[in-house]
Design a protein around this ligand. Structure first.
Ligand code: ATP
Length: 317
């Protein structure tokens, strides 16, 4: 198995704060790894170290066999990073930004033009090729960043929330692109606020929590191991005493070994007068969401907003 990312014993502190605590992580060629974690868990720090933008205090990182600390240039050539602002030339056109990135990756002539056309097509940028990058909308700029990151067909691709703000068609197209790149052997480290995408990508999962890799494995293995079924009940005001975990000021989650519907019926039968304050009951089947909750003790959320369920629907298919 070719490994396009090897991180071993990576540590990083910011003053007294330990952002990464002995992180080991590997990504194989052709693997899509979803890197998930609560806010502040250390995802950006880890990705920045892999990309050579920050230095680890200890540990070793190799990108496609190149040590990031000893051969930063070699490592950089083997990896694709969607630059957020960094790396985009605002006054240059979309086409020239792509061309510049392709040239950095060693592409020339017909091959360069072909890659520009492919990346523009995959990220729906064809209409925008002549536009100055600074005139793009937020979503368009994000697509340009992603297109730039894939120009050089890197061994390792780091994608940080590439679908944020994208509409349904665009999201489906992006997921198809990631799958196609992985099928060609690219290893992808993918962070997202949409757990549904992890399933659609057939991605394996690493959950990082408080600077440590708290769980790592295939989706099926993690759901089998951690994905407990449960019932979540939301009340008008604080929940009554129930044998479960408080997940918000008004909600409690009760884990169950039986089917969630049976557990819900049992709990509701015992609620008595508190039933009047009940606002919602959610049945939780074992899933990546319940894995995340079990591993981190927190719901998978975007800045406190729940990102599962309906918002997570990216159009099926
Ligand atoms: P989010 O999902 O919110 O983007 P994250 O998982 O990417 O979070 P990091 O940005 O890696 O988390 O941050 C990890 C921890 O290190 C956080 O507690 C953060 O406040 C802290 N941190 C990050 N960068 C710095 C910095 N330059 N100086 C001090 N502390 C930092």
């Amino acid at each position: 198995m070719t490994r396009v990312l090897v991180a071993e014993g990576v540590r990083k502190r910011y003053g007294a704060l330990v952002a990464l605590d002995d992180v080991d992580l590997e990504i194989a060629a052709g693997e899509v790894l979803a890197l998930l974690g609560p806010n502040g868990a250390g995802k950006t720090t880890l990705v920045s170290i892999v990309a050579g933008l920050r230095r680890a205090d200890a540990g070793r990182v190799e990108v496609a066999g190149c040590d990031v600390a000893r051969d930063p240039h070699g490592a950089r050539l083997r990896l694709g990073l969607a630059p957020q602002e960094l790396g985009v030339y605002p006054t240059l056109s979309v086409r020239d930004n792509l061309r510049f990135h392709g040239e950095l990756a060693g592409l020339r002539g017909a091959e360069l033009r072909r890659r520009i056309a492919e990346a523009a097509q995959a990220l729906a940028l064809e209409r925008l090729l002549a536009r100055a990058a600074r005139t793009l909308s937020g979503g368009e700029a994000r697509r340009l960043h992603t297109a730039m990151s894939v120009m050089g067909r890197p061994a390792l691709l780091l994608l940080d929330e590439p679908t944020a703000g994208a509409d349904l068609d665009m999201r489906a197209q992006l997921l198809a692109l990631v799958r196609a790149l992985a099928a060609e052997g690219t290893g992808v480290c993918y962070s997202t606020h949409y757990l549904h995408e992890v399933e659609r990508l057939g991605a394996s999962v690493a959950i990082i929590d408080a600077g440590r890799i708290a769980a790592r494995g295939s989706l099926d293995a993690l759901v089998g191991r951690y994905g407990r079924a449960g019932v979540e009940l939301r009340f008008d005001g604080p929940p009554p005493p129930l044998d479960g975990d408080r997940v918000s000021d008004t909600s409690v989650r009760v884990a169950t070994r039986e089917a969630p519907a049976e557990a819900a019926a049992r709990i509701l039968a015992r609620l008595g007068a508190e039933t009047r304050r009940l606002r919602a009951v959610e049945l939780i089947e074992p899933s990546l969401e319940s894995v995340f909750l079990d591993v981190t003790g927190r719901r998978f959320s975007v800045n406190g907003h729940h990102a599962g369920g309906g918002e997570d629907d990216d159009g099926g298919a």
